[in-house]
Design a protein around this ligand. Structure first.
Ligand code: NDP
Length: 400
């Protein structure tokens, strides 16, 4: 049915390639391209062994629009799944417009020299995608992605008005390393060292990093200290669900992780500007990435599970209602199925489902959209089939 090009051969890319290959009745021609072709070849070989499906591979520098255009014109994909880094979002969208290709990603654009992610850069492409008759689907990982779709599903089926939204993200896994990040260290550290921010009564409230915290109880895991941080889906959710009075995002961190993070910051290793070293210019956080464990390699010894969901309070038929929808994902099961750990899995599976929705014409309309703007139902059905089953709890104490 469709030709798909995946850009980025990291942890998330590995899962996407596995899952599109498992669904090769929908994705009939698959190519994986990245900066380092040898990494694509390793993934392609592994997927061939697991599924019997042949994956084409190619080298591309996704910072270069001409290189992307050359590749798109040669392979002629219907859809590009961008699971490279957020820095490449705009160049890939430019190339899509030039070649008439549809677009999907899992993280919003962020300039390299400023740790600030916002949708404004990608929303500025709305008219151009609409006029070209092309679809761009933004933020189709787990968070953003499934958390946004959970909210849309709650709004469609369980609430007349959503008033309070708390997205809760727990990783109770153990990878056995003193310190490692679960996805690209540069992106991850930039995200979690930012000031906190949440939405309340029509405006953003800023906090110091990790200022607000409390234990929250996660299903099958128990209580874990959880911290309010800013996360990108809040920006689009409060626009698309204007009845929301307060929206926050909570993430669990262990004490050991926070101590390492504090030291990394205090000694300047989280800096994103260039410093002179031995006559060469280096960016400390990029050097740090080179010496930290590769998140893609954490899978083999990763035990435990993730639990991510939405805790919602609002009104249905004039009565107050509370609701909790979540998925738990086992790192070990994810590794057995795809060779990648749970955080890559919970991102790559939704990206694949979003691509399925597009290929099947269910999420196909000209313009640039956040995932909560589409019908959540067919996506929710696929989550249960593709390895991320969800559960609902009603009328409970939400703790927040
Ligand atoms: P990795 O660092 O493991 O992989 C990134 C891949 O992109 C690597 O293969 C890298 O190539 C490639 N790449 C980087 N720059 C370029 C370039 N200029 N041209 C071509 N390829 C390039 O990251 P992850 O797989 O962990 O994460 C992928 C994306 O998923 C990120 O954008 C991340 O923010 C997002 N994400 C989203 C989540 C969600 O829930 N929504 C959760 C987790 C991640 P090389 O190997 O040569 O470096």
């Amino acid at each position: 049915m469709g030709k798909v090009l995946i850009i980025g051969a990291g942890g998330v890319g590995t899962v996407v390639v596995n899952k599109v290959a498992q669904n090769n009745r929908i994705f009939t021609d698959i190519m994986l391209a990245s900066r380092t072709k040898s990494k694509c070849d390793v993934v392609a070989e592994d997927v061939k062994r697991r599924t019997g499906v042949t994956i084409k591979t190619a080298q591309v520098d996704a910072d270069s629009v001409p290189e992307l255009v050359k590749l798109f014109n040669k392979f002629k994909p219907e859809l590009v799944i961008n699971v490279a880094l957020p820095y490449q979002d705009l160049t890939i969208m430019d190339a899509c417009l030039e070649c008439g290709v549809n677009y999907l990603d899992t993280a919003n654009y962020e300039p390299k020299d400023e740790a600030k992610f916002e949708y404004k850069w990608q929303w500025a492409y709305r008219d151009r995608f609409r006029e070209a008759g092309l679809t761009a689907i933004l933020g189709c990982g787990f968070d953003p992605g499934v958390t946004s779709i959970f909210t849309a599903f709650a709004a469609k089926h369980h609430f007349d008005e959503i008033h309070y939204l708390d997205i809760v993200d727990c990783n109770a896994g153990d990878h056995g390393k003193a310190f490692a990040t679960n996805f690209n260290p540069e992106i991850n550290i930039r995200e979690v060292t930012q000031k906190g921010k949440y939405w309340e009564d029509g405006k953003w409230v800023e906090t110091e990093p990790h200022e607000i915290h409390q234990p929250l109880t996660y299903p099958n895991i128990g209580p874990k200290e959880s911290y309010v941080i800013y996360h990108e889906e809040l920006e689009s959710l409060v626009k698309n669900f204007p009845t929301i009075k307060r929206a926050r995002f909570w993430m669990t961190f262990g004490q050991e992780y926070l101590t390492h993070l504090r030291v990394i910051q205090n000694i300047g290793m989280a800096r994103i500007d260039e410093v002179e070293y031995n006559g060469q210019k280096i960016v400390p956080i990029q050097f740090l990435k080179a010496v930290l464990p590769d998140p893609g390699e954490l899978g083999e010894n990763y035990t435990g599970q993730t639990s991510i969901g939405c805790r919602i309070r609002g009104i249905k038929d004039g009565k107050e209602r509370t609701y909790y929808i979540y998925n738990n994902c086992s790192h070990e099961d994810a590794y057995k199925e795809t060779g990648a750990q749970g955080v890559s899995y919970t991102t790559g599976v939704p990206a694949t489902i979003g691509a399925m929705m597009f290929m099947q014409g269910l999420w196909k309309k000209p313009g640039v959209f956040n995932v909560e703007e589409f019908d959540p139902d067919p996506f929710m059905e696929q989550l249960n089939k593709q390895g991320l089953p969800w559960h609902e709890l009603f009328d409970l104490d939400l703790e927040v």
